[in-house]
Ligand binder design. Structure first.
Ligand code: GLC
Length: 507
């Protein structure tokens, strides 16, 4: 493959196998496979100029979402009016409905009375979400959640500490797109990340949960529903004033930032709540802000700019919501392993990998979503010259007997797919920064891809630099590991909401 100048600019992050010395290669690939890989490499590679084109479209869709309701990227209003001061205090129960677990935490915020660097204490329990719940009925979901809250409340003696007159405040991290008319109200727009629970879309999840909590007569009161991106931003800002964006690069892909309310055209500029909040926060007129949960996993659902391969198209067609979350399906953790699997199956079907002379058992490989994105990280992490770890993983997880060429192919493929994902992830952040005129700060990132993939941050930073045309030695916008958004972030937002309610009550 001949490399364009553009591709070469990015040599550092695009540590293409084509640039490695022969010695580092595990095996030479048979010509046919090598040609196939060259083709894949070309299809998946996104050049610097293509990134810029993507960002141009991205900026437009972000703006449309701020201007009007029901746009492709919804730019959801969250009623979080400010980042924390760092002084917030209180004890809050937080619930986080993630893709695999329900996490329940009791979070105590110490504010500026922190002992040393510890600004909070936290006790938590995790409960595995049964797979069947994700495609079941609303009632089973909320029964499960309420039952676990009851277990937690009772096991920690919180039912003794709180009463129906003085209930324990509850914050709920619900990381799906939701329309919020108020902070304690959240109408699910559409399920994402493979969830497909009937009877929730178009409904207020806060109300559904509240009903189930009330039925158990628990001394708790749901006071806020937040998105994980907003949680990550707020939790990080509690200790890091340079936080500009909260980003999740995990099962899903999304970000939140503080927008100037004047830029949110769909918001009524005279909304009393904004005026009240800014008076309370001491914000100067014209400087009022609102946290926006972009929900930019939906970027380019009209398929105008993102280069999609036949594997991406297949993932979309076979997903519970075809046509939705186009950007997320190319870049997020839920899908990277599946893209890898689909490519392998395609090569297998054409007799190019895992030769049958090795008595292969391909049942696991043929099973949809049998490859977790973590496998790609582990493969890229394998630095042993003979790639023993990769060989063992392919045999343990997929019961495959790879040849040296198969292993080499897997390594290159894992890289091709992860590089594209990381470069795309930079586009959303670049678009926000360009639209908002943000020139420096920290993107507080959470999620398995950001935190577990060995090369994600470096590739992401390099792509961001290409789009924003950084020339200096030091990157002005850097990615940091977010503090616990769904626990601590949610609790801080809960504490801010209690303060606001106190203010409204007091006059
Ligand atoms: C999906 C959800 C979004 C969430 C993201 C990361 O994109 O729709 O709400 O923030 O995943 O978890």
């Amino acid at each position: 493959m001949t490399m364009s100048a553009e591709q070469r600019i990015n040599e550092e992050s695009y540590t293409s196998w084509r640039q490695r010395s022969e010695l580092e290669k595990m095996a030479d690939l048979p010509q046919e496979l090598d040609d196939e890989l060259t083709k894949l490499d070309k299809e998946f590679w996104i050049s610097g100029s293509k990134l810029k084109d993507i960002v141009k479209y991205f900026r437009k869709e972000l703006e449309e979402g701020l201007s009007k309701d029901k746009q492709n990227i919804p730019m959801n209003i969250t009623w979080v009016h400010s980042l924390p001061s760092g002084k917030e205090k209180g004890t809050i129960l937080t619930l986080d409905l993630g893709g695999t677990n329900l996490r329940v935490c009791k979070v105590t915020l110490h504010g500026d009375e922190a002992a040393g660097t510890r600004k909070h204490t936290l006790e938590q329990e995790q409960y595995t979400l049964p797979q069947s719940l994700k495609t079941g009925e609303a009632d089973s979901l909320w029964t499960f959640v309420a039952e676990k809250v009851e277990d937690f409340v009772k096991s920690k003696g919180l039912d003794q500490e709180y009463s129906s007159d003085k209930p324990m405040p509850v914050g709920f991290t619900f990381s799906y797109p939701a329309t919020q008319g108020r902070i304690d109200h959240a109408i699910l727009q559409t399920w994402t990340k493979g969830f497909d629970i009937k009877g929730v879309e178009g409904e207020d999840v806060a109300q559904q949960l509240r009903k189930h909590l009330e039925a158990r007569e628990l001394p708790v009161e749901l006071i806020c529903v937040i998105n994980d991106t907003v949680g990550a931003m707020v939790a990080s800002a509690y200790t890091d004033p340079e936080t500009i964006i909260g980003g999740i690069f995990g099962t899903g892909c999304n970000a939140a930032y503080m927008a100037h309310t004047s830029a949110i055209k769909k918001l009524d500029a005279n909304d009393q709540r904004i005026t009240d909040a800014s008076r309370h926060n001491g914000t100067a007129a014209g400087d009022e802000k609102m946290a926006i949960n972009c929900e930019y996993g939906a970027f380019d659902n009209a398929h105008r700019i993102l280069p999609r391969t036949k594997f991406d198209e297949q993932i979309d067609t076979e997903s519970p919501r075809p046509g939705e979350q186009t950007f997320e399906k190319l870049s997020a953790g839920l899908y990277l392993g599946e893209i890898f699997r689909l490519v392998l199956v395609d090569l297998l079907d054409r007799g190019l990998v895992f030769p049958s002379s090795q008595t292969q058992n391909t049942t696991a490989l043929k099973q949809p979503y049998s490859i977790d994105t973590g496998l790609l990280s582990q493969i890229e992490d394998d630095e042993s010259p003979s790639l023993t770890q990769t060989r063992n993983l392919l045999s343990d997880i997929l019961s495959l007997q790879p040849t040296d060429a198969d292993i080499e192919l897997c390594r290159r493929l894992a890289e091709i797919i992860a590089v594209r994902g990381a470069r795309l992830c930079a586009c959303g952040v670049a678009a926000i920064c360009l639209n908002e005129g943000i020139q420096a700060g920290h993107v507080a990132a959470d999620g398995s891809v950001a935190n577990k993939h060995p090369k994600f941050k470096k590739r992401w930073a390099s792509a961001l630099g290409e789009v924003l045309e950084w020339r200096g030695e030091v990157d002005p916008i850097t990615i940091t590991s977010a503090e616990d958004g769904s626990g601590v972030g949610c609790a801080i937002i809960g504490a801010m909401e209690l303060e606001r309610r106190g203010m409204v009550r007091d006059g």
